[in-house]
Design a protein around this ligand. Structure first.
Ligand SMILES: [Zn+2]
Length: 213
């Protein structure tokens, strides 16, 4: 148990985030670089909590217009129609295409919000100096990171599925303003995940000051 509490930082060692090499930055506190690949070395990513919070809050704000504004405009000789993500899900909900409705709902509404809630939970638990379920929280972080790689799919799934299902002759489809906000949510969340330093999960409350220095 005690071995798990020894952190590289307290031994003056820093791991390179690019190549993984563990080295000892000079103790004078100046800018240190990885001796192997030249990447800047940090014991902890600078202002990780503040930056991640800012990005999570910005993404949550964009999440509102992303869901309220139309993501899709369809034009037919009879007139134009617009649909938000949720309206798209409702339209897809039929005996033949309900699995697609579920995919759009999960990819476009549940996963983006779930990632933001997970990040907020990780930030709050780190700020409160929680020492409980560290293993689970690291797994949660890895899961959010893993899902992030497929994030751009959300936008495509939503627009293309709805468009393909409804395409009829003499009809054209344009993305609505909601897509821009939606893409904003996805990008900000990906940057937020990269700003969060998972090593903070292992920092104990009494060592926090040292960690932020
Ligand atoms: Zn390196």
């Amino acid at each position: 148990m005690s071995a798990a509490l020894v952190r590289a930082m307290s031994l003056g060692l820093a791991g390179c985030e690019v190549c993984g090499l563990v080295s000892r930055p000079p103790p004078d506190g100046g800018a240190a670089h990885c001796p192997r690949c030249g990447e800047r070395l940090h014991f902890r990513r600078p202002a990780s909590i503040e930056r991640t919070w800012a990005l999570v809050i910005a993404a949550l704000i964009l999440y509102v217009p992303a869901n309220l504004l139309p993501v899709l405009s369809t034009y037919t000789p009879l007139g134009a129609e617009t649909a938000t993500i949720m309206e798209g899900v409702v339209e897809l909900w039929s005996p033949s295409s309900w699995p697609l409705a579920i995919i759009v709902f999960v990819a476009s509404i549940t996963i983006p919000l779930g990632k933001l809630i997970a990040l907020a939970y990780l930030l709050i638990s780190v700020q409160r100096g929680s020492v409980r379920s560290t293993g689970q929280r690291v797994r949660l972080y890895r899961m959010v990171r893993f899902i992030g790689r497929w994030s751009m799919l959300d936008v495509f799934v939503d627009t293309f599925v709805v468009a393909l299902i409804q395409l009829r002759p003499l009809m054209w489809v344009e993305p609505g303003a909601g897509v821009i906000f939606f893409a904003g949510v996805v990008v900000l969340t990906m940057v937020a995940v990269n700003c969060f330093d998972p090593r903070l999960i292992w920092d104990l409350p009494q060592q926090e000051k040292q960690g932020n220095a």
